[in-house]
Design a protein around this ligand. Structure first.
Ligand code: IDP
Ligand code: MG
Length: 139
């Protein structure tokens, strides 16, 4: 079964959107198999977003991601990667489809409340980055 990593980013947590994000994922038939609140530090944010190192927004993004607690979760389901990306909407909320999480709640392209892996390989890396085998559950 396909898995993905999602994060309710610090802006999403401070806007009290943890429940809203999980409600939409679960409401689409996806299963939460791992879940925790963590405060990502600057170095961890840099490692997580290593593919974006060198881009103009890298410094600001990693400061933002370490600015408060996040909720990280592992989701499982058929087509979970594309389903979560669809529910999130485009990176830039101005370009995100009507009714998506980012369109509805995000402030701007950086502060866009939620993360979701974009491919099976990145999902595998991202899940391992935050979760060990004992923190994910079959049910
Ligand atoms: P994604 O989260 O939709 O997969 P990515 O291109 O992987 O988007 O970028 C990772 C994160 O970096 C975005 O979610 C957003 O927070 C931030 N970001 C991406 N592009 C920009 C930009 O042009 N300016 C500022 N922040 C950006
Ligand atoms: Mg991405």
């Amino acid at each position: 079964m396909e898995r993905t990593l999602s994060i309710v980013k610090p802006d999403g947590v401070s806007k009290r959107l943890i429940g809203e994000v999980i409600k939409r994922f679960e409401g689409s038939g996806l299963k939460v198999i791992g879940l925790k609140m963590i405060w990502i530090d600057k170095k961890e944010a840099e490692g997580f977003y290593a593919v974006h190192r060198g881009k103009p927004f890298f410094e600001s993004l990693t400061v933002f991601m370490s600015s408060g607690p996040s909720v990280v979760m592992v989701l499982e389901g058929d087509g979970v990667i594309s389903k979560t990306r669809e529910l999130m909407g485009a990176t830039d909320p101005k370009k995100a489809a009507e009714g998506t999480l980012r369109r509805q709640f995000a402030a701007d392209i950086e502060h866009n409340i939620v993360h979701g892996s974009d491919a099976p390989e990145t999902a595998a890396f991202e899940i391992r980055y935050f979760f060990n085998a004992l923190e994910m559950f079959e049910y």
